[in-house]
Design a protein around this ligand. Structure first.
Ligand code: FAD
Length: 465
């Protein structure tokens, strides 16, 4: 039975980083909030685990320069960062050969020059797409009608350039190049400040990670919210009227001036809106699907690759793991931690395997890159985000060709008293932790304006009475 509810200024749906940031800022503005989270834990796509006493981030991990909002929030919450280990040489397994290299450009043979050409073209095109309004780009409909894959074909990308871009795409959007709108890709790249800023470790989005893990930021905000936050409470229904909103779970309903829906676009569909959302909004959730990205961590008694002057960063043109990082804790004399990503077509196969088989295949990928010692892991854990019922995939959305021009405006544009947050609604660093925080802060400002406007309406009515 529904508990007749309390009344607050703002209800927030979803306690991922975006919803939590919105709630935290609204409380700082002096407003009252109620946060409903569907799952039993907060954080959404940030989650942590301890393996052999070593902390690992199962979801979002890395941060880098210009991601000012997540960096400021982490500082505010007292969650320290350290640099991603990048000393020494990287490794690549490519066309059956194993090579070491320095810097960001891997030795992929004759196709190397073409990699630079394709990167330049993507960066140049990306700058033509206005931030926050991809539909206003010159030739937007044409760019949207094309997939990243068909553009690579039309641009006569070499096989090496195509395969490297595919690796970047599997990590960034959890999809194959044929599955994603070129316009979305270009907008995303522009939002991140260019391909290098998006993909690099030093000077890029993988430059640092958090000593206690990214989830600690979410956990500290959640602790501050206390009983205003309710886990295990999926929101089922949102009713709006001229006076306000009523947000209902299976057993509680809360009246508020406004609501911030901070769930991934595809999950908006599970909420019943009354009156129904305008068609564009209702259809957006069917057209803005999550990608598929999984993670595997192996723990060793030491970062053995560092003894051979290797950074732990590796690339492979075979799966299931196709990109790796050294995620060992900070300091000397620490256990070694290798992080591997499994995405898109590799994840679709690997995610279905039994746990022992997933472990065996991930360790075998690590061994292909770092030698047989990688098979002797003392600990192992993996996370399949496609199996998380209230997330549905990762790292972020991968909209297909043809949907950005007609639907992108329904990501963030409020519908009356319904406001939207979540990293997919951000106009800088969408898809990243930073985008989640920015979107939460933007939605909190929108909510404050609405609450202030409702209060002054009430005052006026009161004066007149
Ligand atoms: C494997 C992986 C690796 C990543 N790596 C990085 C990285 O290195 N750097 C980086 O910047 N980003 C990374 N990301 C992306 C980053 O984690 C996300 O952008 C960010 O965490 C999204 O936060 P959010 O609050 O927008 O959404 P979410 O975290 O998805 O939060 C939404 C919340 O809403 C809840 N919810 C859903 N429906 C309802 C409902 N009906 N009622 C109530 N609650 C509901 C969900 O349970 C969830 O808690 C990665 C993501 C993944 C999956």
């Amino acid at each position: 039975m529904t508990r007749p509810g309390s009344e607050v200024d703002v209800v927030i749906v979803g306690a991922g980083l975006s919803g939590l940031t919105a709630a935290h800022r609204l409380r700082q503005f002096g407003l009252s909030v109620r946060v409903f989270e569907a799952s039993s834990r907060v954080g959404g796509r940030v989650a942590s685990a301890a393996v052999d006493g070593v902390h690992v981030d199962l979801g979002g991990t890395f941060v880098g320069p210009t991601q000012d909002r997540i960096l400021a929030l982490a500082d505010e919450m007292g969650v320290a960062r350290y640099r991603t280990y990048a000393a020494g040489e990287n490794v690549i397994r490519w066309r059956g050969r194993h090579r070491r290299y320095r810097g960001t450009v891997p030795p992929v043979g004759a196709g190397l020059l073409d990699v630079g050409r394709i990167q330049l073209s993507l960066d140049r095109l990306a700058r033509t797409v206005p931030l926050g309004d991809p539909a206003a780009a010159p030739h937007a409909a044409g760019l949207d009608a094309e997939s990243l894959g068909s553009w690579l074909t039309r641009s006569r990308a070499s096989a090496a350039a195509r395969d490297l871009i595919a690796i970047a795409g599997r990590t960034t959007w959890g999809c194959e190049p044929e599955e994603i709108s070129l316009l979305h890709v270009l907008h995303y790249i522009h939002q991140a400040g260019g391909l290098s800023s998006m993909l690099d470790t030093e000077g890029g989005a993988q430059e640092e990670h958090f000593v206690e893990g990214s989830h600690e930021i979410a956990a500290r905000i959640a602790r501050g919210l206390g009983s205003a936050l309710r886990p295990d409470a999926p929101v089922q229904r949102i009713e709006t009227s001229a006076a306000g909103v009523v947000v209902a779970t299976a057993d509680e309903s809360v009246a508020a001036r406004t609501v911030i829906v901070a769930v991934p676009p595809a999950l908006r569909e599970r909420i019943r809106f009354a009156p129904a959302l305008p068609p564009k909004y209702a259809q957006l959730s069917q057209r803005w699907p999550a990608g598929v990205l999984s993670k595997a961590y192996a723990i060793y008694d030491e970062p053995f690759w560092r003894r051979r002057d290797l950074s732990g960063q590796g690339l492979s043109d075979t799966g299931p793991v196709f990109i790796t990082f050294d995620a060992s804790p900070p300091g000397d004399d620490v256990p070694g931690v290798l992080l591997g990503f499994i995405g898109a077509r590799y994840a679709r196969e690997w995610d279905d395997l039994p746990p022992a088989e997933r472990r065996a295949r991930a360790l075998s990928s690590f061994a292909d890159l770092f030698g047989p010692r990688a098979l002797d892991a003392t600990g192992y854990i993996d996370q399949r985000w496609g199996a998380e019922p209230w997330v549905g995939g990762g790292p972020t959305a991968a909209p297909g060709p043809g949907v950005v021009v007609p639907y992108a405006s329904a990501l963030a544009e409020p519908v009356g008293r319904i406001l939207w947050a979540g990293t997919e609604t951000a106009s800088r660093w969408t898809g990243f932790l930073d985008g989640a925080v920015r979107a939460g802060e933007r939605a909190a400002l929108e909510a404050r304006r609405l609450v202030d406007a409702s209060a002054s309406d009430t005052d006026t009515t009161g004066d007149a009475a």
